[in-house]
Design a protein around this ligand. Structure first.
Ligand code: GLU
Ligand code: ZN
Length: 294
């Protein structure tokens, strides 16, 4: 099987150090395996998008020396594929219409875990509904290449989850699974903030008859208070005019040991070095690590 990896940013803002870690780790691991590396823009949620962010993300990746294979795909162009997958799941009785508001769920359950209320209820078609995937009983085993083995019980611990929102927008969980399969992604390397989303994705892969990729979840950069560095908490954007210090910091964060001489290298030379010396085994086996900035 050919190694095909990917980087799948959401255009909710410019790339920051946290996104660079995911880009770098997925890129280096793919190239170290003579694999392809694809870029997919996850622009599923127009209200959360920032004008111009997609173009800025791509030009920043170029400035950092990343070269991707093939055309960039945009999730905003792929609704018909997501619709087909939702239809298939409904036909297979693995997804159902749910008319519950968040408030109704919390009134019933005291929490946010969905209780399966609409599973056997079939709300009238006139009612605005979300579509939920039904979690099968039983366990899902995941052996993450960095975080190690874990066993999940989705039906017991997680509850049926939304794959299409009431407003018609498709959920990340559904789109990521459809696209990873369509692009024949063999290896997913991404931030550990998505580790707990992975069992839902495996559930959908099983229902849709897709092959499961291998997963590696890298530690995320956190502030000293333990919060994940993100666009939401104003992580500073990457400086496309000065990629080398950020690339070196990212390599060090990922447990790689760039030579001091590389400080004078170009971004492309650094990436070349990263691929040649790439060691997945050296990545710290933890979900998060504090990062203080450069
Ligand atoms: N678009 C997601 C994000 O930016 C990443 C999706 C993924 O790698 O599976 O957080
Ligand atoms: Zn419901």
């Amino acid at each position: 099987m050919r190694y095909i990896g990917r980087f799948a940013p959401s255009p909710t803002g410019p790339l920051h150090f946290g996104s660079l870690l995911a880009a770098l780790a997925s890129y280096a691991d793919a190239r170290a395996h003579q694999g392809l590396w694809l870029v997919r823009i996850e622009d599923l949620d127009p209200p959360r998008e920032q004008q111009g962010a997609s173009a800025l993300i791509l030009s920043t990746l170029e400035a950092f020396g990343f070269d991707w294979d093939g055309e960039v795909i945009y999730q905003s162009q792929r609704s018909s594929f997501y619709r087909d997958a939702v239809d298939q799941l409904q036909q297979q009785h693995q997804a159902y219409r749910c008319s519950c508001s968040r408030k109704q769920v919390s009134n019933r359950t005291g929490g946010i875990r969905y209780d399966g209320h609409c599973h056997a209820l079939h709300p009238p078609h006139a009612q605005a509904c979300a579509i939920r995937a039904h979690c099968a009983a039983g366990s899902i085993e995941l052996h993450d290449a960095i975080q190690g083995p874990a066993v999940y019980h989705l039906a017991r611990d997680h509850g049926d989850f939304v794959i299409q929102r009431r407003d018609g927008l498709f959920a990340y969980q559904l789109a990521v699974v459809v696209d990873d399969a369509a692009q024949q992604i063999s290896h997913v390397v991404r931030g550990s903030d998505l580790l707990d989303e992975t069992p839902c994705q495996i559930q959908l892969q099983r229902y849709l008859g897709y092959t499961r990729p291998d997963y590696a979840h890298i530690p995320v950069a956190t502030s000293s208070s333990g919060q994940k560095l993100s666009k939401q908490n104003q992580a500073p954007p990457l400086d496309a005019g000065n990629p080398v210090p950020a690339l070196i910091a990212a390599l060090e964060f990922l447990g790689q040991q760039p030579d001091a001489a590389l400080r004078d290298a170009s971004a492309s030379e650094l990436l070349h070095w990263a691929v040649e010396h790439w060691s997945m085994a050296s990545i710290p086996k933890t979900r998060g690590l504090p990062w203080s900035g450069d």
